[in-house]
Design a protein around this ligand. Structure first.
Ligand code: FAD
Ligand code: NAI
Length: 465
């Protein structure tokens, strides 16, 4: 009889966990996956990437029709919003994709154990009523919303909500206040602004989107303001009172000063996410978390406890689905005795607003801290396809090492920046110089030509500016 029930038990079926389970099974390991939700796919498929993109895509069409962009191209329409139907197509997308993961589990003979998993020891885990043993256990429990003291989220009531509640609003709020000018605040704030809400973003720092390149942050601020979002930078919310269907927020300058109040019929709290380790029984296996509550691992995703591995949002690094997925593949390969690696220096990030905002590698500021750099920039206004499509906002910026010309970072604001950034990530993965990109033939007319021209600008020779 086998010593353990399974070779691998993955805890959590988000993009990290379900991908790890599939790769482990593909490699011939007997695999189970514990998931407390009733559907697979984790935050990403159920309440994150997928439903938010469904609402972003649909609201983008609505705004194009209602806001005049279509009219600029000679298409006259006066749209009527059917919000229930818009929510319906979002739910359909989620249902289709989560069922798709269930199908992949079946196809790969992965046992899905539905319930909350808790360690009894490093190889024994209880999942609801059941106890399962495994030679290797992968913690892929993800993250959840960071609460803001004094601002209590109640998604069912719909006045003060987190991202999950903001995806489900039954009606377009008249006035929405978003606390936090990060990725969630800007994406979901954009959805409801496009559908008619008057949106104010309260951000603690003096610019939006911390972690992104400085020029990108400044330009993003200008673009969102132009779109009609009110930005209260360098401000914090210090209190929130809810009466019936209205909230009154107390807001003051981050560094102290006179407080003011803002009334809203919807408040979205989006100040970050924190790792999920509660109720996991880490004490039982003697695994400590770091000061940010994350589980630390080595480069192979091994934790300090033999046989226990960890990936995704629960470990350090950007909280992104594709990072979790790549770690899922790598951890399974390492468990199978292969060499699974993730290059954490080249993880693209994309904000799916209009225009999209994307980056990979070092910001100009980070690169300058490490040494001399050369920077090339190209405005989307001078890109023929963007201009033809009435998409003048944004730019591409390439940051390269001054001595070796190796590309250290690429940043874009453009309608399809999320797609454009893939070529930059691939170039960086191959150790490309800016000259390599500049001398790669790019199809015309495409937005991606702006990446080529920004690379040409690194040595001062773009053609179209
Ligand atoms: P998760 O997806 O969080 O999955 C963890 C799973 O583990 C959950 O289903 C949870 O129920 C389960 N679980 C936790 N503890 C236990 C336990 N003890 N027992 C059993 N099950 C347990 N990222 C992008 O890259 N692109 C995007 O466009 C994007 N959009 C987002 C939009 C929103 C609104 C949000 C909230 C997030 C978004 N993200 C996006 C982030 C992305 O969702 C996460 O980075 C990703 O889901 C992390 O994957 P994970 O597998 O580590 O964890
Ligand atoms: P975030 O970290 O992106 O942004 C939070 C913002 O809130 C920051 O700008 C921060 O300065 C601000 N803030 C913190 N405390 C504050 C306070 N008290 N008052 C006012 N502002 C305050 O976090 P967010 O937007 O909640 O997203 C969580 C995670 O989800 C992100 O790390 C991101 O990686 C992931 N995500 C990714 C998406 C994508 O890839 N497109 C989309 C949505 C989420």
């Amino acid at each position: 009889m086998a010593e353990y029930d399974y070779d691998v038990l993955v805890i959590g079926a988000g993009p990290g966990g379900y991908v790890a389970a599939i790769r482990a099974a593909q490699l011939g390991l007997k695999t189970a996956c514990a998931e407390s939700r009733d559907t697979l796919g984790g935050t990403c498929l159920n309440v994150g990437c997928i439903p938010s993109k469904a609402m972003l895509h649909a609201s983008e069409y609505f705004e194009a029709a209602a806001g005049g962009a279509m009219s600029d191209m000679g298409i006259e329409v006066s749209p009527r919003l059917d919000l229930d139907k818009m929510h319906g197509q979002r739910r359909d997308a989620v249902e289709g994709l989560t069922k798709g993961v269930a199908f992949l589990f079946k196809k790969n003979k992965i046992d899905w154990k539905n319930g909350h998993a808790t360690f009894k020891d490093a190889h024994t885990v209880t999942i609801g009523e059941e106890t399962v043993t495994a030679k290797n256990v992968v913690i892929a429990t993800g993250s959840s919303v960071t609460p803001l003291p004094g601002v209590e989220v109640d998604n069912a009531k719909g006045v003060v909500v987190d991202s999950t509640g903001a995806l489900e609003l039954p009606k377009v709020p008249k006035k929405m206040v978003v606390i936090g000018g990060g990725v969630i605040g800007l994406e979901l704030g954009s959805v409801w602004r496009r559908l008619g809400a008057d949106v104010t973003v309260v951000e603690f720092l003096d610019q939006l989107l911390p972690g992104m390149d400085g020029d990108v942050r400044k330009e993003a601020g200008k673009i969102f303001k132009k779109q009609g979002m009110e930005l209260k930078l360098s401000h914090k919310v210090t209190g929130c009172e809810v009466k019936g269907k209205k909230a009154t927020l107390t807001v003051e300058p981050s560094q102290g000063g006179d407080a003011e109040t803002i009334e809203a019929d919807c408040v979205l709290v989006a100040i970050g996410r924190r790792p999920n380790t509660e109720g996991l029984g880490l004490d039982a296996i003697g695994l400590e978390t770091n000061e940010r509550g994350q589980v630390e691992t080595d480069h192979a995703f091994r934790t300090a406890v033999d046989g226990v591995w960890a990936i995704g949002d629960v470990i350090p690094g950007p909280m992104l689905a594709h990072k979790a997925e790549d770690e899922g593949i790598a951890v399974a390969e390492n468990i199978a005795g292969q060499t699974g690696i993730v290059n954490h220096d080249v993880i693209p990030s994309v904000v799916y607003t209009w225009p999209e905002i994307a980056g990979v590698g070092l910001t100009e500021e980070q690169a300058k801290e490490r040494g001399e750099v050369k920077v090339g920039k190209f405005p989307m206004m001078a890109n023929s396809r963007a201009k033809t499509n009435h998409e003048p906002d944004g730019f591409v910026k390439v940051v390269a090492d001054a001595e070796t010309d190796r590309v250290l970072g690429v940043w874009c604001i453009a309608s399809v920046a999320g797609t454009m950034i893939a070529q930059a990530a691939q170039a960086m993965e191959f150790g490309a110089t800016s000259e390599d990109i500049a001398y790669t033939c790019h199809a015309h007319p495409t937005h991606s030509e702006a990446v080529k021209e920004a690379a040409m600008a690194v040595t001062g020779k773009p053609i179209h500016i």
